[in-house]
Design a protein around this ligand. Sequence first.
Ligand code: CDT
Length: 312
Amino acid sequence: MPRIVTVGAAQLGPIARAESRAQVVSRLVALMRQAKEAGCDVVVYPELALTTFFPRWYMEDQCEIDSFFEREMPSAETAPLFALAKELGIGFHLGYAELVQGGTRTRRFNTAILVDKSGAIVGKYRKVHLPGHAEHEPHRAFQHLEKRYFEVGDLGFPVWRSFGGIVGMCICNDRRWPETYRVMGLQGVELVLLGYNTPLHNPPDPGHDALGLHHNTLVMQAGAYQNGTWVVGVAKAGLEEGVMHIGQSQIISPSGETVAMCSTLGDELAVARCDLDRTVPYKSTVFNFARHRRPEHYQLISTRVGAIPPAD
Ligand code: CDT
């Protein structure tokens, strides 16, 4: 019997700075209804899906910075999303900026949650690989201040039994690191959900710009194949506050092949029926970790490489 999870990759077009949470949530609600009509079990929204991608701006006023963060989830503004999920019987993945108050200090994370078909939060992930910089770099065309506004996530890369399989999450830049997938792969992950905001222009090395779409697909396809898992990557796309972001939200099978992809830079749903049992041939043969991985040799090799004397 196949284990089908029908997934909707709910790409968002740009979100303006002036757009309210209520306006954004109404866009998310429309995509959720569309996903239900398409037979989806779960709908996946992008990274920081409730606001514009604010790390592009250097800000000093903490009140202004905190206006982009959520203090509770669900909140009054996001409650309609949870209510609709429960009413329709559809799960969702949502990225947002999380502010945690308590103890001696306030903490801020780039976070994603997994919500099941009853509208209950079943998983939370906090972004580990924060790209960019912490100080203002005025020479850049725009900033990428994730290192300033967020702490490194403190939850690791857990997986959850949900939607009839083993589900994991990561966020944007995490998708470029093989460790992200492998840590979840070692826990048997079958479906990785992730959102991204990726500017087309890379200020530190514009030479990458023409390869942005290639690298996006490359890293997610490699992560899927090398760990025998489905990967769903969802963009916030298009020209947002003067900065162009890539789209090509896509659903990738454990073979490493993209089976569905968005073709616009706006709000758009791409749907695929993901048979979680298609992970089995990969996890049981070429990527049977217990049988073929050799972690003890990885350690030996790195020690020996370090021991090679420098050339004259
Ligand atoms: N949001 C995010 O992590 N974006 C980065 C941009 C490139 S690094 C400045 C990414 O890896 O897509």
